[in-house]
Design a protein around this ligand. Structure first.
Ligand SMILES: *Cc1c(COP(=O)(O)O)cnc(C)c1O
Length: 430
């Protein structure tokens, strides 16, 4: 078993995989008589089979008990969030009081900035990456303007210093040092959505804090992907979504982390009744007394139907733990890298860092040439051929295909299938 490009090799890796049975817990979309090789869990994760029962439980209770369902049974709605708190904390390496599921990612980013972006004349600036996900840039730019500052000078966008839009830690450190006295906030991704580069949360946090700035992270592509340690790494806040690696459905209720050091804070916030101390919320008094911790940033009574699939997903994360998932993820992505190097180096260039510590599940693949086509044209042609062969990646302009083997449900056989499908396209067979 020494030749990676064989069915036997992939099968042996899958047989040795302690997490192999998890695939059976998910609905894998069909392709012909078989299943898709689904590599788009970084965009919309697959549906856990248990999601339906959890949603139906809410519908059934609503039908049978209506308002009383808030206070009955093991899944009563009033403390429904408490069913999620601890497993969610384990996924991101936080204390239970540091996390909450609420709103959407971009909404949480805004609400966090209300509290944690407090620009002054001396310190007005935000440091972020150039080429960030557009929603993040819109949110940050509009916050700078909202406070009466000028994005041209006060939204500092660091350009990548390495090939393929990646960053060295030195460049990030230099930027934090150079702009340090003017920085109110450093906002950085855990994993960059386009390049797939993973960043050192602890080190960026340390540098930002040393410069006197608040440090926040967008973990859209990191939560459920990396073995995060948010409490120990110490950022002030973080936000993420649950529909990517956390498999909780389209537009799922998002996640938010506020470090324990801010559990009781007199920072300003936009308040709502669900952030009020649980013990006295229903006295319905006029004065806001926040619940300590992340739950104090909640506004509204939560969408129980929206939280239900998250329960099913988090049960699966809890069953295995992030360390085991991450170990399998390294194996899958490493296998993909090995096969691309061996078989596809004329066709695809890996744009994601080679160091496993600097990436998660995803490899971003720049399409070079094939079938007489180059660059974007080759990319579109390959991308469409892969889809027709039941191999799903996603497309990022101008010429990148992102392939993200998710350790929850992808196999080494899926990875081999991607490589073979790409060869079939290149050789005009598909
Ligand atoms: C997926 C993603 C988003 C999406 O934002 P929503 O508010 O959930 O629509 C935002 N930022 C990043 C970095 C993402 O990857």
């Amino acid at each position: 078993m020494t030749e990676p490009y064989t069915d036997q090799y992939a099968a042996a890796l899958d047989e040795a995989d302690p997490l192999r049975s998890l695939r059976g817990e998910y609905h894998v979309p069909r392709h012909g008589d078989g299943e898709q090789a689904y590599f788009v869990g970084n965009s919309l994760g697959l549906q856990p089979k248990s999601a339906r029962a959890h949603v139906e439980d809410v519908l059934d209770k609503w039908a049978a008990e209506a308002v009383e369902a808030h206070f009955t049974g093991t899944t009563q709605w009033m403390p429904y969030h408490a069913l999620l708190r601890e497993p969610l904390a384990r996924v991101v390496g936080a204390e239970p009081g540091e996390v909450v599921a609420m709103n959407s990612l971009t909404a949480n980013l805004h609400f966090m900035m209300v509290s944690f972006y407090r620009p002054t004349r001396e310190r007005p600036a935000i440091l972020m990456e150039a080429g960030a996900f557009p929603s993040d840039r819109y949110a940050l730019e509009s916050q700078v303007r909202f406070h009466g500052f000028d994005p041209a000078t006060d939204l500092i966008e660091l350009e990548p210093d390495l090939p393929e839009g990646t960053f060295s830690m030195e460049a990030i450190a230099r930027a934090i040092e150079e702009h340090g006295p003017r920085l109110a906030l450093v906002l950085w991704p855990g994993v960059q959505y386009r390049s797939g580069q993973a960043f050192d949360v602890a080190e960026i946090t340390r540098l930002g804090h040393a410069a006197g700035a608040v440090v926040g992270f967008d973990l859209a592509h990191a939560a459920g992907n990396l073995a995060l340690r948010l409490h120990d790494d110490g950022p002030d806040f973080a936000v993420w979504c649950h529909y990517k690696y956390l498999n909780s459905g389209p537009g799922a209720v998002a996640g938010c982390f506020v470090h324990a050091r801010h559990a009781r804070t007199d920072r300003p916030r936009f308040a709502g009744w669900w952030g009020h101390d649980e013990a006295t919320r229903f006295r319905m008094g006029p004065d806001f007394d926040p619940t300590p911790g992340a739950e104090g940033w909640q506004l509204s009574n939560p969408p129980i139907l929206g939280l239900a699939p998250l329960r099913g997903s988090l049960e699966l994360f809890d069953r295995v733990g992030m360390e085991a998932l991450r170990a399998k993820s390294r194996s899958l992505t490493g296998y993909l890298e090995t096969l691309i190097d061996q078989r596809l180096s004329d066709t695809l260039r890996i744009a994601t860092p080679r160091d496993p510590a600097q990436r998660g599940a995803q490899l971003s693949l720049r399409v070079l040439e094939g079938r007489g086509l180059r660059g974007r044209e080759a990319g579109r042609s390959l991308f469409e051929s892969l889809g027709a062969q039941g191999v799903l990646g996603d497309w990022r302009e101008p010429d990148v295909i992102r392939i993200s083997p998710a350790p929850m449900y992808n196999s080494h056989a899926d990875v081999l299938r991607f490589v073979r499908a790409t060869e079939a396209w290149r050789e005009g067979r598909a």
